[in-house]
Design a protein around this ligand. Structure first.
Ligand code: AMP
Length: 341
């Protein structure tokens, strides 16, 4: 999607990817395959093709980022990755900005889990510090007796125990920030998850205007503190009292911003490309209300029935293999925007 947004602006894209089934290969001008992100030769060849380097995935080894940033400008900078690739570092960073996060404690041993449960209580969620996404690397602890199986499920990976938040809804703010610190935000999306995976994003979110404004403000504070360049998403829980608690930061374009492709003049992808290329940012105004539905696993098999739905835009990613839990595409349904919505 980033490569397609770049092409629309007349910019050419090369991609670096570990070998495998990567949809970007179909739409990028050049592809450099690497065995792993530690492949120094591939990193060098890739940097040689680029004027600016960006990423759309945060689990890239710090050493690879360092090697690429030494060769070419890397946007967003290394700080955005360093602060967000580890849940513990990320939570401490957000808390340090005075923005609420769920109660948390680091857990490396079984004894630390018991100590953390004694202060945080149940229900709680044990999450791996690194490499978790779409509900992977997480185990719920509904009652103290679940501690044993939750600890075993994470197989010794350093983790964070998080108190379970009783939320009314989940929302996210997607924004783009340019190298001079100017930033634009998109309207707040309301997100529903199934099995830890994003199922739908609905815009506008059913929250008070004040809560939406506060969420945008908190996301801007986070982007500023990271010195972030490009698109970034912040996910929040909205409590029954209307309070906001940050769940996590994605230092990249985000699934909960896919609706911007069809409901906004300039999408999160295009604004990311504009920001990293040092171009003026585009208009984030939303011309339609939207519901984005992820097509997960076999759900995409029904694509023919969706292709002709009225006011609906179908996106299929061309992934070679469908697996349960794998995001295969999405469908965005658009609704005329009323003056009051
Ligand atoms: P994550 O991968 O951390 O975003 O978690 C995936 C989903 O699990 C979230 O979007 C929530 O629906 C749920 N979840 C994660 N952490 C918590 C929490 N501390 N309290 C309540 N629900 C949570």
């Amino acid at each position: 999607m980033l490569a397609m947004a770049a092409a629309r602006l007349g910019l050419r894209t090369a991609i670096l990817t570990p070998k495998g089934d990567t949809p970007a290969v179909d739409v990028a001008g050049e592809t450099v395959f690497c065995e792993s992100y530690d492949d120094a030769d591939a990193l060098k060849r890739f940097a040689g093709l680029c004027d600016i380097i960006t990423y759309e995935f945060e689990n890239i080894p710090v050493a690879a980022i360092a090697a690429l940033s030494a060769a070419r400008p890397m946007r967003p900078g290394a700080r955005s990755l360093e602060m967000t690739c580890d849940r513990l570092t990320e939570k401490r960073f957000i808390e340090g900005l005075g923005i609420p996060v769920a109660p948390f404690a680091p857990v490396e041993t079984r004894a630390e889990l018991d100590a953390a449960l004694a202060t945080i209580g149940t229900p709680a969620i044990l999450k791996t510090r690194r490499l978790g996404y779409d509900g992977k690397g997480q185990a719920r602890i509904l009652k103290p007796a679940d501690a044993e199986s939750a600890f075993a499920a994470l197989a010794g990976a350093p983790a964070v125990l998080e108190g379970f938040i009783d939320f009314d809804c989940e929302i996210s703010v997607v924004l783009t920030r340019d190298p001079d610190g100017r930033a634009v935000t998109y309207d707040v999306a309301e997100n529903a998850h199934r099995g830890g995976i994003l199922a739908t994003s609905t815009v506008p979110a059913s929250i008070r205007e004040g809560t939406a404004a506060e969420a945008r403000k908190a996301a801007l504070v986070i982007a500023e503190a990271l010195g972030h360049i490009g698109t970034l998403a912040v996910e929040f829980f909205v409590t029954p009292a209307g309070g906001l608690i940050v769940n996590e930061i994605a230092p990249r374009v985000h699934n909960s911003g896919h609706w911007t492709l069809d409901a906004c003049t300039v999408s999160q992808f295009e604004n990311h490309i504009r920001a990293v290329a040092g171009w003026p940012l585009g208009d984030t105004a939303r011309h339609s209300n939207a519901v984005m539905e992820n097509l997960i696993g076999a759900e995409a098999d029904g694509w023919e029935g969706m292709a002709s739905a009225r006011h609906a835009a179908l996106h299929l990613y061309g992934k070679a293999e469908s697996r349960p839990g794998r995001k295969m595409g999405h469908l965005t349904r658009l609704f005329p925007r009323l003056k009051s919505s």
